[in-house]
Design a protein around this ligand. Structure first.
Ligand SMILES: [Zn+2]
Length: 170
């Protein structure tokens, strides 16, 4: 299901309007809005022993499951700045993003009506502080790549991100 599929009115003037193929165009005022995904930015922090920092989610979707620390990009915020901010907020650490690992598409939740996400991942190292859970994070823990709890990961794409990291460090 797309972002606009349930929309029935123009968000600007309130007139009846119906989205077609990811575009809602208001017949009254001409306002146009296109469906799009929600960008997120997250970090794959690796320590000197090659362990990866995972965060256990304190909120839904997937409360209690493991995730890579990060979050939604603010309007006008570069995803690279976002990942620094999120690690500051969620883990209380300053990081240095190293390499853009890649971009993965997923959904923010386990059913088809959840928002589509566009997820940027950087490898990173912690330059200041010791990770401690804040915000909506229940726990932070370092995992050797071979001991990542694959069955307890929150989002399907996280497995692919971690597989790529393992491959690069093999
Ligand atoms: Zn309108």
């Amino acid at each position: 299901m797309g972002e606009l599929d349930q929309w029935k009115h123009c968000p600007r003037c309130g007139a009846d309007a119906e989205p077609v193929a990811g575009l809602l165009e208001c017949p009254e005022c001409g306002f146009r809005v296109y469906a799009s995904s929600k960008p997120t930015a997250s970090a794959v922090c690796v320590d000197d022993e090659g362990r990866v920092l995972l965060s256990r989610r304190g909120i839904d979707p997937f409360a209690g499951k493991w995730d890579l620390p990060g979050g939604f990009v603010d309007e006008e915020e570069h995803p690279r700045d976002c990942v620094r901010r999120e690690l500051r907020e969620e883990a209380g650490v300053e990081i240095e993003p190293l390499e853009l690992l890649g971009v993965w598409i997923d959904r923010y939740g386990g059913n088809g009506s959840a928002a589509v996400t566009l997820n940027f991942y950087w490898t990173a190292r912690i330059v200041e502080g010791t990770p401690e859970p804040h915000d909506d994070v229940a726990e932070l823990r370092w995992f050797p790549p071979s001991e990542v709890p694959a069955d307890e990961l929150a989002f399907p794409h996280t497995r692919d991100v971690l597989a790529l990291v393992r491959q690069q460090h093999a």
